[in-house]
Design a protein around this ligand. Structure first.
Ligand code: GDG
Length: 477
């Protein structure tokens, strides 16, 4: 039987290990089943820098799936990745206008890398392929692919928030970035709020016309923008959490805790995650409820990320200062209030720690979805589940309405939510957990990927329209 092919493009590619076992990252798990139903090609940056990268990608053949990776020059990495993607777009998308550093050179580098990916892909994409692009590094890719003659259905999934038009409009070049959106047939975002923000920007800036609530015409181009909240591998997480108790690190942690309750936070070290703010809310909790001192431990796992970007070095300093101040002023011989670790743990250990924790503290200042919130819920013991405290600014808050929802800017509110969580009855904990687990199953990651691909594959009409209307379209950019 001839299988149609799915071409996935993301900044980084999760290569399987030497034994051919698929990588454990979120997207790799999501695509695993899709790559059983379709033949697969996964294209992206190798993560390596070289002085003279080849114009064609290196192909690694793993049977049903081929991986195609390209090196970048160090200037590419600086301008495209560290520069425009992570210093200009990331902060704007997370509502941090003041942190956004725009440079024309970086923007030119961003477009250059997108163009070089498109020209490499032009040789790889076949007429019947479905093309699925991921995340903010690659927003202009469809436009570049159209420019080299690709008329296949192209979808895009945006993993991070799409901000309100007033915020996005503060980015120089934002209108240009909006103009490339209708070169996609389907755009998925994490929440209804994000979808509404992007649609409003297209209407306000480009005069897009609504054909349906989720369908917009921009000149002769038509794009569907829908909310498609990403899920997790619920079964995988549950199994890992159940098996975790026997591990050495878990046993040590249990022994170290004694009768203390564990509160856990797990985040990449990123300013969007609200780590110093969360530590200060925990400090407020200990000050307001002194009887809890010595009875709880807050473990924050925060693997270092994007360390070449200056704002991340500043954050690391701020976190260390905040941590030192709180532990110094409130700690006692034999009790350290906050344990802070920057190493990366295996998925199995992480699942075990989630299950051990009475409270999952997930309080980003802004987050596209936040998979940690979902993983924490999935890992719980059904008889004696912990409580999720969740920021109203995480995409997950649109779905996990049975969490204790907080405003991460309000330290008193977060502190009182911690107290509430620690005193919540078992009955209440079980009822909330059951409701949230149902939501997790409904948006399990393999279903999520399958639904997106199905929507994309339903785009035949638009393909015909594109092939006939291409000349006219090139005038309206
Ligand atoms: C972006 C968006 C959106 C963390 N520490 C360790 C570890 N992790 C894993 C977690 C989780 C993942 O990393 C982080 O996912 P998040 O969703 O929390 O955040 P981002 O990395 O910012 O992801 C986000 C997501 O894309 C998906 O669309 O939800 O909003 O920003 O899976 O478990 N994993 C291991 N060891 C660690 O120490 N193994």
């Amino acid at each position: 039987m001839h299988l149609r092919r799915l071409v996935v493009i993301s900044n980084r590619v999760a290569l399987p290990d030497a034994a051919g076992k698929a990588a454990a990252g979120g997207l790799a798990v999501a695509l695993h089943e899709a790559f059983q139903a379709y033949q697969g090609l996964w294209f992206g940056w190798s993560g390596k820098v070289s002085a003279h990268p080849a114009a064609h990608p290196k192909i690694i053949d793993k049977g049903q799936v081929q991986y195609a990776v390209m090196d970048l020059t160090s200037l590419d990495r600086q301008e495209y990745y560290n520069g425009f993607a992570n210093r200009a777009l990331w902060p704007i998308m997370h509502y941090r206008i003041g942190l956004s550093e725009f440079s024309r050179a970086d923007y030119a580098g961003y477009l250059r890398v997108n163009r070089s990916f498109a020209s490499a892909l032009a040789h790889l994409i076949q007429p019947d392929d479905l093309v699925w692009v991921h995340d903010y590094h690659l927003i202009p890719l469809a436009s570049e692919l159209r420019a080299v003659g690709i008329i296949n259905p192209i979808g895009y999934f945006h993993h991070i928030p799409w901000p309100a038009p007033e915020v996005f409009g503060a980015l120089p070049g934002s209108t240009e970035l909006l103009r490339v959106i209708p070169d996609y047939d389907l755009v998925g975002v994490q929440t209804e709020r994000d979808a509404d923000n992007l649609r409003r920007s297209l209407v306000q800036e480009l005069g897009a016309i609504h054909r349906r609530a989720d369908l917009l015409d921009v000149g002769s181009r038509r794009v569907r923008i829908k909310s498609a909240p990403i899920g997790i591998d619920v079964n995988g997480l549950q199994q890992a959490a159940q098996r975790s108790g026997s591990g050495r690190l878990l046993k040590q942690t249990i022994a170290g805790l004694g009768s203390r309750q564990l509160i856990i936070g797990v985040d990449r070290l990123d300013y969007s995650k609200g780590i110093p703010e969360r530590m200060e809310a925990f400090e407020r909790f200990l000050v307001s409820h002194p009887e809890q001192r010595g009875r709880v431990t807050y473990l924050q796992i925060a693997p270092t990320s994007r360390s070449e970007v200056p704002e991340y070095a500043t954050l690391s300093r701020v976190v260390n200062e905040t941590l030192g101040r709180i532990n110094g002023s409130l700690g006692e011989p034999g009790w350290v209030p906050i344990h802070y670790v920057t190493s990366t743990y295996s998925r199995a250990i992480l699942a075990g720690l989630y299950r051990l924790a009475r409270v999952g503290l997930v309080t980003p200042m802004r987050d596209g979805m936040n998979l940690v919130a979902k993983e924490y819920v999935a890992a719980q013991d059904p008889q004696d589940p912990g409580v999720l405290i969740l920021s109203k600014f995480a995409g997950a808050a649109e779905e996990l309405t049975d969490a204790l929802i907080v405003n991460p800017n309000d330290k008193v509110e977060v502190a009182e939510a911690i107290q509430h969580a620690l005193h919540m009855s078992q009955e209440d904990r079980v009822a909330r957990w059951q409701a949230m687990l149902k939501v997790l199953w409904d948006s399990d990651v393999t279903r999520w990927a399958a639904a997106f691909i199905k929507d994309l594959a339903a785009n035949k009409a638009s393909r015909v329209r594109r092939s006939t209307g291409l000349k006219k379209e090139s005038n309206d950019r």
